[in-house]
Design a binder for this molecule. Structure first.
Ligand code: ARG
Length: 582
């Protein structure tokens, strides 16, 4: 807070703005000020003792209008802000629906590749991280004025389609599949794998069917279309529940006719070499295995499609950055991809980033991996909602809209679990933990938001021309004030590090501070100036919470594109919008 102003004011006596900026610190104890400047590092260049330097710098800080008091303690300059100035600043956010927004991203486009589910394979818990983190980053960047393009790079190409055609023809029919859901499809897939073990010739058949899809054969394409439709309907429902949207669903199959041009570039640059009939880019010099791009039978691969996608995105969106929110298991894939693009002199090569995240396992030890046991995301959401419903039934059996609340609490809790820690951390998912109303959880934040909303409903209109700042500048109130006005800093940090958890943690911290304030200071008192100040602060807190709750930055535009309109959520609403158990 006020780092910029302080840095500018202190770039004096031979100090550079950078020296000052890197030295500023937030003290551990409130009695040491809101911010402090240790002067030890300057002793050598200034040839003075640290306390002397601090004394020398004191008048420059004292002159600033937002500073109340400055003290020299040892080699430190302890700076206390003027609580009234900050209080006014916080209160001015009461009418700001877009608190924390900035225009730093203006004119820049960021592509975010996230969720990227695989068609005809389960949307499992492993995709929770990419979906939720990607969605949060989308809104964070949008809040900072960037133009964001959310891309669902669907896994809609590959031999699984051939396998499914074989299974459908053996044990079901196109019509039957079209009438059922993704679970039905998955059962066929699982059965195929079981039976193919004993009958390997089925794999030849599957390959032949996939070849027919590749060749554009009508019958094969009809199957492909139905599989895709069934899966997309299912994932569309999940995206609606998670309030996730995309601007493009250009998946792997979209690049079928766009790879040849890339392979030509590789050939021209003599980067493509033959290896056992396949074509690869040798990456020995970078300590990586070769990147396989064309198989001996002429088939292209995941990496080939990613190269084509990179070119297409650069050409179509002219991105400033292109982020891939994908599990860390794919670290090598992205390292290889980015290296190959560099060797190709691809114009966006330095702006590609793999935003990796960790694995999710369930508390009971089950995990969604090759072991075959799949944990469907939909089931996790349903179970969390069911459990939330039970809690509501216990705590507030008379609530009017219990289903709606349960959905918000349950889904919000699951979303929160992916946004609480640094991305890379593996998560052990526990329903009880995420649904705890007293912990660092979504229900706790929702509960606090409901508390704000309730006070504001009861308080009616706030007269902003008649308030007493003294009613909110006690230590508890001051903590809330500081948290409100530093929210934008956390949003910017989250964007810079591609870590939505900084927003999540800020919101939880604000909730804790607000609750502490609320306990000690009645909001709806008779004295109008006191009530107005407290209500205004409550309103500002509510704004920060609404804007900051995961997945729920307000969208400034309606995102619609040709093939995607159906799956877009046009006006994302936070789960926190409903009133929760009071
Ligand atoms: N479909 C892939 C998977 O589920 C993720 C795709 C990520 N995006 C990309 N451009 N490679 O593992």
């Amino acid at each position: 807070m006020f780092e910029k102003e302080l840095t500018d004011a202190l770039a004096v006596e031979g100090l550079s703005a950078q020296d000052v900026q890197s030295a500023l610190e937030t003290p551990k104890e409130a009695k040491m000020g809101d911010i402090c400047l240790p002067c030890f590092k300057f002793a050598r260049t200034m040839r003075l003792a640290p306390p002397v330097i601090a004394t020398k710098l004191l008048p420059y800080v004292e002159a600033l209008d937002f500073v109340d008091k400055v003290e020299v303690v040892g080699g430190y300059l302890n700076i206390f802000f003027d609580r009234n100035t900050l209080a006014k600043k916080a209160i001015s956010e009461a009418n700001n629906q877009n608190v924390g927004a900035s225009s730093e991203g203006e004119g820049k486009t960021i592509c975010i590749d996230y969720s990227s589910v695989n068609i005809a394979k389960p949307f499992h818990i492993g995709h929770l991280g990419t979906t939720v983190i990607g969605g949060a980053l989308y809104r964070i960047f949008e809040h900072l004025g960037y133009k964001v393009v959310g891309i669902n790079h669907l896994g809609d190409w590959g031999t699984q389609f051939g396998k499914l055609i074989v299974a459908t023809r053996k044990w079901s029919s196109l019509e039957e599949v079209a009438q059922h859901d993704e679970y039905f499809l998955n059962k066929l897939y699982v059965r195929y794998h079981k039976e193919a073990e004993a009958h390997p010739e089925m794999d030849d058949e599957a390959r032949a069917w996939f070849k027919r899809i590749e060749d554009g054969d009508k019958e094969a394409t009809a199957y492909f279309d139905v599989f895709k439709k069934v899966t997309m309907t299912a994932v569309g429902k999940i995206y609606d529940r998670l309030k996730i949207k995309f601007d493009s669903y250009a998946g792997e199959s979209f690049y079928n006719d766009k790879m040849e041009a890339c392979l030509d570039i590789l050939r021209e640059k003599h980067l493509l070499v033959e290896s056992d009939g396949a074509q690869v880019v040798n990456l020995d010099a970078y300590d990586m295995p070769p990147c396989l791009l064309v198989k001996a039978d002429g088939a292209t691969l995941y990496a080939t499609r990613d190269i084509a996608a990179a070119y297409y995105r650069k050409k179509t969106y002219n991105f400033y950055k292109c982020l891939y929110v994908v599990a860390y298991q794919q670290n090598l894939h992205f390292k290889q991809l980015f290296q190959v693009l560099k060797l190709m002199d691809f114009a966006g090569a330095d702006d590609m980033e793999h935003v990796a995240y960790g694995m999710v396992s369930m508390e009971d030890g089950s995990m969604s991996t090759r072991s075959g046991r799949v944990i469907w995301l939909q089931e996790v959401l349903d179970k969390a909602v069911e459990k939330a419903r039970k809690i509501i039934e216990e705590k507030n059996p008379d609530a009017p809209n219990k289903d709606e609340i349960a959905e918000s609490v349950g889904v919000g809790a699951v979303v929160f679990s992916s946004l609480w820690n640094n991305r890379i951390k593996d998560i052990v998912f526990s329903y009880d933990k995420v649904l705890n109303f007293d912990g660092e959880t979504a229900p706790y934040v929702q509960y606090t938001y409901a508390r704000c909303a309730s006070a504001l409903r009861k308080g009616g209109d706030v007269d902003m021309s008649n308030f007493d700042l003294g009613a909110i500048t006690s230590d508890e109130g001051y903590d809330v004030i500081k948290s409100v006005i530093t929210f934008g800093d956390s949003v910017r940090l989250a964007a810079k590090l591609r870590e939505p958890c900084y927003v999540t943690r800020h919101i939880v911290d604000l909730a804790e501070k607000f609750n502490r304030f609320y306990i000690d200071h009645r909001i709806l008192v008779d004295d109008a100036p006191t009530r107005n100040a407290r209500l205004a602060l409550t309103k500002a807190v509510g704004n920060v919470m609404r804007v900051g709750t995961s997945g729920h930055f307000r969208s400034r535009r309606n995102v619609k594109t040709r093939q995607t309109a159906k799956y877009c959520v046009n006006t994302p609403r936070p789960p926190t919008h409903v009133r929760i158990v009071h």
